[in-house]
Design a protein around this ligand. Structure first.
Ligand code: HEC
Ligand code: HEC
Length: 245
């Protein structure tokens, strides 16, 4: 009998109990850790979230984004480019860094986020803060309105806990604002999450969508695209970003 077992015997603990202890221990660590435990925060991100952002500097760097995300940050209603306006700065910072370090595949943006300037957490913080201030489009791309009752049930059961009952997300926990996003982009992402193709997807979320059929994903994307952002986040129709007319 080895030394470790002797000690355990002394305390009256038999080996078969170890499993229970391990279980209790892992349950406790699970409870005390944030839900993001599966997506460890990079050092860059930890640094970026503590910095005081400079909106003017962020506006300067936003020039690098407007060919695709447009001057308003509204992207394209066909979903090729997502709306980023109004997104929580924490989420924008995380996505930019995830793409940079290869934790989220995005070949189109790789060259931009590999620009030396974005190796500075300050630049990431500045641009994210600027984008968060932009008001959101009143006319996102939508799907066809069908079984809304089923979509609502699915959303409340499977998504609302993290993304909020109104799809507004949670800035502190890096949960994206998804309300009023373009339908096609939402659908593409949810499919990627279901099929294990979005590397940085939260694992609890991935499990919840794993068994859903395409039709349910379409219902969900349609429902989420139609969720209205709060009034103070929404642009008036015809609004143009005065910084990038
Ligand atoms: C060449 C086109 C292009 C440029 C330039 C570009 N992006 Fe993107 N961006 C995309 C595409 C395409 C996606 C969505 C990829 C996907 O479907 O997974 C995206 C996704 C994003 C996302 C994730 C959105 C979300 O909701 O998770 C953020 C944040 C983002 N871009 C910010 C930026 C910023 C900031 C810049 C400028 C520094 C920029 N992008 C420049 C094409 C571009
Ligand atoms: C346990 C919390 C949690 C649950 C439950 C959850 N999500 Fe998420 N979701 C997240 C996090 C965290 C991210 C961002 C992951 C990352 O860092 O890239 C995310 C990202 C997304 C995105 C991509 C957003 C973007 O802008 O690219 C979509 C779309 C989405 N979730 C939809 C859903 C839907 C639909 C459900 C319900 C079926 C759901 N989520 C349930 C936490 C959750």
């Amino acid at each position: 009998m080895n030394h470790a077992q002797n000690i355990l015997n002394y305390w009256g603990i038999k080996l078969k109990h170890i499993n229970y202890l391990a279980l209790i221990f892992s349950a406790l660590t699970f409870i005390s850790s944030p839900l993001l435990a599966d997506t460890p925060l990079s050092e860059e991100l930890k640094k970026a979230v503590t910095l005081e952002p400079n909106l003017e500097a962020g506006k300067e760097k936003f020039k690098l984004c407007i060919t695709c995300h447009q001057g308003n940050g509204w992207g394209m209603s066909d979903g090729t480019f997502p709306q980023i306006a109004g997104q929580h700065s924490s989420v924008i910072m995380k996505q930019l860094i995830d793409i940079r370090i290869g934790y989220r595949n995005n070949p189109m943006m790789l060259a931009i986020v590999k620009e030396p300037v974005f190796s500075q957490p300050q630049a990431i913080a500045d641009i994210a803060a600027y984008i968060e201030t932009l008001p959101m489009t009143p006319k996102p791309g939508l799907g066809t309105d069908e079984d809304n009752a089923r979509a609502e049930k699915l959303f409340y059961r499977k998504c609302a806990e993290c993304h909020g009952a109104d799809g507004g997300g949670d800035k502190k926990r890096f949960y994206p604002r998804i309300q009023g996003q373009h339908y096609e982009y939402l659908l593409r992402q949810i499919k990627m999450i279901r099929d294990g193709k979005r590397k940085n997807a939260n694992s609890v979320m991935a499990k919840r969508v794993k068994k859903l059929k395409d039709k349910d994903l379409e219902l969900l994307a349609n429902y989420i695209a139609r969720m209205k952002p709060p009034k103070d986040k929404l642009a008036k129709e015809g609004w143009k970003n005065p910084d990038f007319k």
